[in-house]
Design a binder for this molecule. Structure first.
Ligand code: ADP
Ligand code: MG
Length: 172
């Protein structure tokens, strides 16, 4: 993981990674970013959003597989995909997990790794922050590709995101 200096940003933010590495010291994180990922977003809220995704992906990942973060500049948006190999989220639950206090049943060999203190609010908050920026978030989970959360954010937030909203540059 390369981050030249601490900065607010879409996952290459030193703050997000430092905190996620601190919470998940044994988890490798692999970041790939391409294109001009400059955007005007609310840095602290984005930090919360991506910390929630990374702090889910790390404990749910299998074995030595890294959590991967792919940041791409699209025409009007920046997309961020957070992926891990691990227990699959059933298709029927891939929308419901964004609702408050939804946690999937723990079965042997499945869905293990959630922190005992968790409340089922992480993805709800992630969705609230994303939508406040006029963006979208979705989960996809298959044996083949693992679990992938994709966040798509307008480069210029379409809605009032309720925060300081200082322009933030997201270096690669
Ligand atoms: N990367 C992931 N892999 C598998 N299941 C996940 C992953 N992220 C979230 N989930 C499922 O979604 C549920 C809701 O996540 P979240 O809202 O962050 O709540 P919490 O982490 O407190 O359980 C989790 O309890 C888990 O069942
Ligand atoms: Mg969580």
């Amino acid at each position: 993981m390369r981050c030249a200096k601490p900065c607010w940003g879409v996952v290459c933010s030193g703050a997000v990674l430092t905190s996620s590495v601190g919470v998940n010291p044994k988890c490798p994180f692999a970041l790939e970013a391409s294109g001009d990922t400059e955007a005007v977003l609310d840095g602290p809220k984005l930090q919360q959003l991506f910390s929630n995704l990374l702090n889910n992906a790390a404990p749910y990942r299998d074995g030595a597989n890294p959590v991967t973060i792919i940041v791409r500049r699209e025409k009007e948006t920046i997309s961020v995909r957070v992926s891990n190999q691990g227990p699959i989220i059933p298709a029927a639950s891939q929308d419901a997990i964004f609702d408050p206090m939804i946690q999937l049943a723990v079965k042997e060999g499945q869905q293990k790794g959630a922190a005992n203190s968790s409340l089922g609010l992480g993805l709800f908050i992630a969705r609230e922050v994303t939508e406040a920026h006029g963006g979208t978030i979705k989960a996809e989970s298959t044996e083949e590709r693992g679990t992938v959360f994709t966040v798509s954010l307008p480069r210029q937030a379409a809605h009032d995101h309720g925060g300081a909203g200082a322009p933030a540059r997201y270096p690669q």
